[in-house]
Ligand binder design. Structure first.
Ligand SMILES: Cc1cc2nc3c(=O)[nH]c(=O)nc-3n(C[C@H](O)[C@H](O)[C@H](O)COP(=O)(O)OP(=O)(O)OC[C@H]3O[C@@H](n4cnc5c(N)ncnc54)[C@H](O)[C@@H]3O)c2cc1C
Length: 403
């Protein structure tokens, strides 16, 4: 009798969606990723197809035109996209976080206004916490918003590393509305800042919202990472997440909540890239011969494959556990931190082992593993570095086991 695995078991709907996304990755992403990676250009045709498949609205409720699916199904989809190319999952990642923020904290008016175009991908979202001088220490941000005549808020400051910073039309940006607040997080507010997608120097009602040229990166190409410069950009009070009365001073709490689901999302990306590295290693090790036999027949190589496969499965189990707990309405902060830490490190580990198995060819741009080798380290950084995850896990452990 088959034993059902409570974490990775899929419903018929999940099986059908994952099969569809895997086929999409096999046919549309994997054959083209090398081209877009090499050119470092935005994969517009792939994104157009993702819109047709409804992938920008996976978790957005049906009443707003989305699919209304849960975090678990979303994580399964992200694993498949990331197996194709993590930049593709990066294009939906910040959008997913933005829609989560709106669904959980937005006013009815904000939901009505933004969720329908977000569900179709017509409007895409970015989120912005990091600044040139701080990333891990979010409460040290310096960007500010001050109420001015007419009731708008004027935003001044510089943001760093904004994924989808140029092509998005909506940025969920965390700034200080009370820089002297103690504790510091009570003075932080999230603004839903609109801008013109693809425009570097906004004018008219978006004047003062500028996007410098994209940052040149080791990997994670195709999807742009940019700075954002706010120089007197005026944001209406109604664009404070949750409304002015309820939303002022709530930005930090809102963003930290979103990062918890964001961590499940990054964990799923780790599983996807680790899975792909394993597939490439399994294939190459049976094609390549050394000392008269397939290299896969050497025990040292089999041990590598065994360690990789074990890491992939463990990472997937942790990721699914965190997602399922969240969907069940249970606490998942500790579990999301563990999943993100383990799966991102598993991604790096499996990619490096696969790279070693490829020998000299792993160093050649002719082989896919070279791209994965440049892409995987990103997952150790975004949504909190491994060091920060350990801090989160340690703190949550002590809270749960207080004597
Ligand atoms: C390609 C890319 C895309 C990104 N996209 C986004 C985005 O869309 N939106 C966004 O807001 N940000 C984004 N980021 C920023 C990312 O979240 C930060 O880089 C990350 O949080 C780390 O911050 P930092 O780079 O400032 O490093 P720092 O915080 O300066 O940390 C440097 C080192 O010190 C360690 N460290 C820091 N504090 C401690 C501590 N207390 N104890 C032990 N070690 C510590 C860190 O782990 C790290 O190893 C992106 C980054 C990259 C590279």
């Amino acid at each position: 009798m088959a034993v059902a695995d409570p974490y990775t078991e899929k419903t018929d709907e999940q099986k059908a969606i994952c099969e569809m996304v895997r086929q999409f990755a096999d046919e549309q992403i994997l054959p083209k990723a090398e081209h877009y990676d090499h050119e470092d250009t935005f994969p517009e045709p792939i994104v157009a197809q993702m819109r047709e498949l409804g992938l920008f609205g996976v978790t957005i409720p049906e009443e707003y035109g989305g699919m209304g699916l849960d975090l678990t199904t979303y994580a399964m989809i992200v694993e498949e996209l990331s197996r194709g190319w993590i930049s593709i999952s990066g294009i939906v990642n910040t959008h997913f976080i933005g829609s989560y923020l709106l669904m959980k904290f937005g006013t009815d008016e904000q939901k009505q206004r933004y969720l329908p175009p977000m569900a179709t991908g017509e409007l895409r979202a970015a989120f912005s916490l990091s600044e040139p001088e701080c990333g891990s220490d979010v409460q040290a941000i310096k960007a500010t918003a001050k109420k001015v005549d007419g009731g708008d808020y004027e935003i001044i400051g510089q943001k760093m590393w904004v994924t989808n910073g140029l092509l998005s039309g909506l940025v969920f940006v965390l700034v200080k509305t009370d820089p002297s607040a103690e504790p510091r997080h009570k003075g932080m507010t999230c603004f839903v800042a609109e801008k013109e997608p693809g425009v570097s120097e906004n004018t008219g009602k978006y004047a003062g919202f500028n996007v410098p040229p994209k940052i040149k990166k080791l990997g994670y190409k195709g999807v742009e990472s940019t700075e954002l410069v706010f120089d007197g950009y005026r944001c209406p009070a109604e664009n404070i997440l949750g409304g002015e009365e309820a939303g002022i001073g709530q930005g930090f709490v809102q963003m930290m909540d979103a990062l918890e689901v964001g961590r499940v999302n990054v964990a799923a990306r780790g599983v996807g890239i680790a899975q792909r590295a394993l597939e490439l290693a399994l294939r190459y090790s049976q094609e390549r011969h050394a000392f008269g036999k397939q290299i896969a027949q050497h025990q040292a190589i089999q041990f590598k494959l065994a360690d990789m496969a074990t890491q992939v499965d463990a990472a997937r189990l942790l990721t699914m556990r965190a997602a399922r707990l969240k969907d069940a309405g249970e606490r998942s902060d500790l579990e999301a931190g563990m999943a993100k830490l383990f799966a991102s490190e598993a991604g790096r580990f499996c990619v490096e082992e696969s790279f070693r198995i490829h020998g000299g060819y792993g160093y050649s741009k002719e082989y896919e593993i070279e791209r994965l080798y440049r892409d995987a380290p990103l997952l150790l950084i975004g949504e909190g570095t491994s060091e920060i995850q350990r801090m989160v896990i340690g703190r949550k452990l002590l809270q749960r086991h207080k004597i």
